[in-house]
Design a binder for this molecule. Structure first.
Ligand SMILES: C[S@@+](CC[C@H](N)C(=O)[O-])C[C@H]1O[C@@H](n2cnc3c(N)ncnc32)[C@H](O)[C@@H]1O
Length: 395
C-alpha cells in the first residue's frame, strides 16, 4: 500500500487567532475537526487529504502529516526512536531533506542540535536499509520534516506544504506594510461579506485584500497558483492524482462576477503593484483600480457591500499625530459616503481607532505578526434601508 493511503493525524497551522476561520474552511471541505488551538486545527486523514488541504486552504500556514508521537528525555532518546522509523518508505534514497523544529525543553538549548539529531537518525536508517543516503540542507522546496518537542513530548511530522502556503503565489511587488495573504483571507472571512455584493478597498497598498476577495468570490483555490508542494517529494507521490485534483478545482471557478471589487490608493506605485499582483493572480479583470485619495474612491450608490481599509498604524515616532487626522477623516468618509455599507478598519493602534468617532458593532481580535490588531466593524445605516428592515420585521 502506498504511504499516501495511510491514515494519521494532520495538523494544520495558521496565524494566532485565525484558527476559527481555518476550522470553517476545513469543515467546508468535509473534514471533521478533532482538536483546535489558537493557531492550529487537527483532523485525521491521509497524505491525499493533505494534497487537497494544500490546494484549497486560504488561511493556513502549513499542513503537517504526523509520522510518530513519542516521549524523549534527551537527544539520544530522540535519535533512538527516530532511527527505528521506516524512513525508506517515505524518502527517496537519493532525495533531499530539510529539517525544521519547535523545541522548548531543558534538554536542548539550540534547536539546530535537535535538527541535527533528526537528520542523523534519518540518514543512518536510510544508509542501513538502502545503502544510500539523502542529501540535507536548508531548502524548503523539497521534502521537509518538522520536529515538535515540548518538555518530554515529541512529534515528528512531514511538512506536506514545504514552502508555506500562507503566501498565495501572486504577490510579485509589495509596498508599505503588506498584509500576508493568509491573514487577509482570515480578515475577509471575519467580515460579513457575502461574496455577492460590492467589496471596496481604499488604501489598498499591494492589493492583497481586493485580490483575496476576488479569488474567494470566483472560487479560485490558492493552490492553483503554485505547482510545487512538500508532498510532491514524498516517495510514492502520484502526479496524476495531483493533476486531477487541480483540474477539478479549476472547473469550479466562476470567471465572472456580477458586483464590483474596487481597489484604490493615493500612491501610484501601490496601484501599479496591485494591478501587477492581480494580473499574476489572473483576477485583474475583476478589480477596478483607482489612483486617488481614499475619500475619492468610487462608492456605488445605494449598493450594499463592505468598505474595508487597512491604514498605517503609526509605528514610527511622530507618525501617529498625522494619522490622527487620517483616522478622523475615515470616520467622516464612512458617515458621509458609505451609507448602506458595512465599514471595516483593520488596525494595530486602538488610540488612533478612537479618532474615527463612530460606534463599533464588533471588535475582532487578530495578530499581524506580533502586533495585537483589531478588525473594527461599523454598521453605516442608511435611512431607507433601516426603515425597510423595520417594516419587514413587522410583517
Ligand atoms: C498599511 S498599507 C495597506 C497595506 C495593504 N493592506 C496590503 O496588503 O498591501 C496603507 C496604504 O494606505 C495608503 N494611504 C495612506 N494614506 C492614504 C490616503 N489619504 N488616501 C489613500 N491611500 C492612502 C498608503 O499609500 C498605503 O499603501
Amino acid at each position: 500500500m502506498s504511504v499516501f493511503n495511510l491514515k494519521s493525524t494532520i495538523r494544520i497551522n495558521c496565524a494566532k487567532r485565525c484558527s476559527i476561520y481555518l476550522k470553517q474552511e476545513v469543515e467546508a471541505l468535509g473534514y471533521k475537526v478533532d482538536e483546535a488551538t489558537d493557531a492550529s486545527v487537527q483532523i485525521t486523514g491521509t497524505l491525499v487529504d493533505c494534497m487537497k488541504l494544500n490546494l484549497y486552504l486560504r488561511t493556513a500556514y502549513r499542513v503537517m502529516f504526523l509520522l510518530e508521537s513519542f516521549e524523549a528525555e534527551n537527544p539520544d532518546q530522540l535519535y533512538e526512536t527516530l532511527v527505528a522509523l521506516p524512513w525508506e518508505e517515505y524518502i527517496e534514497s537519493k532525495g533531499y531533506i530539510s529539517i525544521s523544529s519547535f523545541v522548548e525543553n531543558d534538554f536542548i538549548t539550540d534547536t539546530r542540535f535537535a535538527n541535527l539529531k533528526v537528520k542523523d537518525a534519518i540518514v543512518d536508517r536510510m544508509k542501513q536499509k538502502t545503502g544510500d543516503r539523502p542529501d540535507s540542507g536548508p531548502e524548503t522546496n523539497k521534502m521537509v520534516l518538522y520536529l515538535y518537542w515540548k518538555d518530554r513530548d515529541a512529534s515528528i511530522f512531514i511538512d506536506t506544504s514545504g514552502d508555506t502556503i500562507a503566501k498565495h503565489g501572486y504577490r510579485k511587488y509589495t509596498v508599505k506594510a503588506p498584509m500576508q495573504e493568509a491573514l487577509a483571507a482570515s480578515v475577509i472571512m471575519a467580515t460579513k461579506w457575502d461574496k455577492q455584493s460590492a467589496f471596496i478597498n481604499p488604501m489598498c497598498g499591494s492589493g492583497t485584500l481586493a485580490i483575496e476577495a476576488a479569488l474567494m468570490a470566483m472560487n479560485k483555490a490558492p493552490g492553483l497558483m503554485r505547482d510545487n508542494f512538500g508532498y510532491c517529494h514524498i516517495k510514492g507521490y502520484d502526479e496524476k492524482i495531483h493533476d486531477e485534483m487541480h483540474r477539478e478545482a479549476a472547473l469550479k471557478m466562476n470567471p465572472k462576477l456580477s458586483f464590483p471589487i474596487i481597489s484604490s490608493d493615493n500612491d501610484k506605485r501601490a496601484v501599479d503593484a496591485s494591478r501587477t499582483n492581480a494580473r499574476v493572480a489572473r483576477v485583474d479583470n475583476l478589480i477596478r483600480f483607482e489612483n486617488c485619495d481614499f475619500e475619492e474612491t468610487t462608492i456605488i450608490d445605494r449598493n450594499k457591500g463592505i468598505v474595508i481599509l487597512n491604514p498605517e498604524y503609526g509605528e514610527r515616532m511622530g507618525e501617529a499625530d498625522i494619522l490622527e487626522v487620517t483616522y478622523a477623516a475615515i470616520g467622516d468618509f464612512f458617515k458621509k459616503k458609505c451609507k448602506g455599507y458595512t465599514g471595516y478598519i483593520f488596525t494595530g493602534n486602538m488610540d488612533l481607532a478612537k479618532k474615527v468617532r463612530l460606534a463599533t458593532k464588533r471588535k475582532i481580535e487578530f495578530y499581524n505578526g506580533k502586533i495585537d490588531c483589531r478588525l473594527l466593524e461599523y454598521e453605516l445605516y442608511e435611512g431607507t434601508r433601516v426603515e425597510k428592515a423595520v417594516v419587514s420585521d413587522k410583517e
